[in-house]
Ligand binder design. Structure first.
Ligand SMILES: Nc1ncnc2c1ncn2[C@@H]1O[C@H](COP(=O)(O)OP(=O)(O)OP(=O)(O)O)[C@@H](O)[C@H]1O
Length: 366
């Protein structure tokens, strides 16, 4: 657990970077510091490993004031990942990852074995270990940065805009990877970003900061999206926050209706009346057959209209609504864990579930 207790940082030139910050980062969770450029995110992060010392207030790690720990020892016990990974250019990937174990007194051999294991954990092939950082893609470099930070096997990981330098697709992959790793490792992660989408995707808790180093709001992503405390937070979390907030609404109440499907390869005597969903041998949706169709030859994918997004049963209402809205038939296709089509939802059904809590005063604020 990490606690900021009335922490203020004023740089020698008078800049007030962080102003009276108090918050608790729970053990085993991802807490994201998010806010516009210059609001003090990096400064706050660096006060956790004493790369920056507070002007006043205390930072506690597991109840102990970090000023009682020797900075190099403290830092060795806290993983740190930065943008562009901050790798040593003249060391191989494997030696980069082995840096902290070697510094901690592990033998070189053991440290390299551990480094090889870590490359695998972050999803990199072992033969990349022989390369130098310049011979990797941006996404691979970031993974090496994460592997290096995990090498210390410390319970705490600090990540400062680690995925900002890569394109959106690679970035999404890295975010998924981090969530997967976290579900296995259960670290206490403090993550800095200026991207609210990244913050709500990754954070168990999100701390929105404003310029001048003040904490504007600290809560779950759902809280921050649905109940911003003021205009600054509301405008920072964005115009489509209502829609994005649906990611956190449980879809348990959405009624899944039956759906008529037709297997590829069948003949379809027509003209058909309704939209029909075509499925392959595994029952997976392949597209829609429009009303009024007659298919004399075996039904092929070329006869079909492309389908919309798929809604995996049990996930949030955002996916259900998107499936319904993007479907040419107006019916969102519901799939099970194996990808098999099991039914359909309409936008109206989803909206009813979204609106339902508002109708009950007791549910009021949620
Ligand atoms: N060493 C320093 N000396 C003086 N001022 C500094 C120093 N480091 C940062 N600052 C100032 O402190 C404020 C907070 O900076 P910080 O880097 O913590 O913000 P940030 O939210 O991480 O910004 P960004 O998203 O742009 O990285 C800024 O006004 C910055 O200019």
């Amino acid at each position: 657990m990490i606690e900021f207790d009335g922490v203020t940082k004023r740089y020698p030139d008078g800049t007030l970077a962080v102003d009276d910050l108090s918050l608790t980062v729970e053990e085993g969770t991802i807490t994201v510091f998010v806010g516009p450029s210059g609001c003090g995110k990096t400064t706050s992060l660096r006060m956790i490993n004493r790369m920056v010392e507070p002007t006043s207030g205390r930072v506690l790690l597991d109840g102990k004031d970090i000023r009682e720990s020797d900075p190099p020892v403290l830092r060795r016990g806290i993983g740190y990942v930065i943008q562009n990974a901050g790798l040593f250019p003249h060391r191989t990937v494997l030696d980069n990852v082995a840096t902290v174990p070697v510094l901690s007194g592990w033998g070189k051999r053991k440290a390299r074995d551990r480094a090889a294991e870590l490359l695998e954990i972050v999803g990199l092939p072992l033969d990349l270990g022989k390369r130098y950082p310049a011979q990797l893609s941006g996404g691979q470099r970031q993974r090496v940065g994460v592997a290096r930070a995990l090498a210390a096997d410390s319970p705490v990981l600090l990540m400062d805009e680690p995925f900002s330098a890569v394109d959106p697709i690679v970035r999404e992959g890295l975010q998924d990877e981090l969530l997967r790793l976290q579900s296995q490792l259960g670290k206490t992660i403090v993550f800095v970003t200026h991207d609210i989408d990244e913050a709500v995707r990754l954070g168990d808790k999100v701390a929105v900061m404003r310029v001048g180093g003040r904490l504007a709001q600290y809560g779950t992503p759902a809280d921050v999206l649905r109940h911003p405390v003021d205009d600054f937070v509301a405008s920072f979390v964005g115009r489509d926050r209502g829609y994005r907030g649906l990611s956190f609404v449980d879809s348990a109440g959405v009624e899944v209706r039956d759906l008529v499907t037709v297997p590829l390869g069948e003949r379809v005597p027509g003209p058909t009346e309704d939209w029909l969903l075509a499925v392959n041998d595994a029952g997976e949706p392949r597209g829609w057959l429009a009303p009024g169709s007659t298919v004399d030859a075996p039904l092929a994918e070329t006869d079909l209209v492309a389908g919309g997004s798929l809604y995996r049963r049990g996930t949030s209402v955002r996916g259900a609504l998107d499936a319904a809205l993007s479907s040419p038939a107006g019916l969102g296709v519901v799939v099970d864990e194996t990808g098999k089509a099991v039914g359909a939802v309409t936008a109206r059904q989803v909206l009813d579930v979204i609106e339902a809590p508002r109708a009950t005063p007791a549910a009021g604020h949620e």
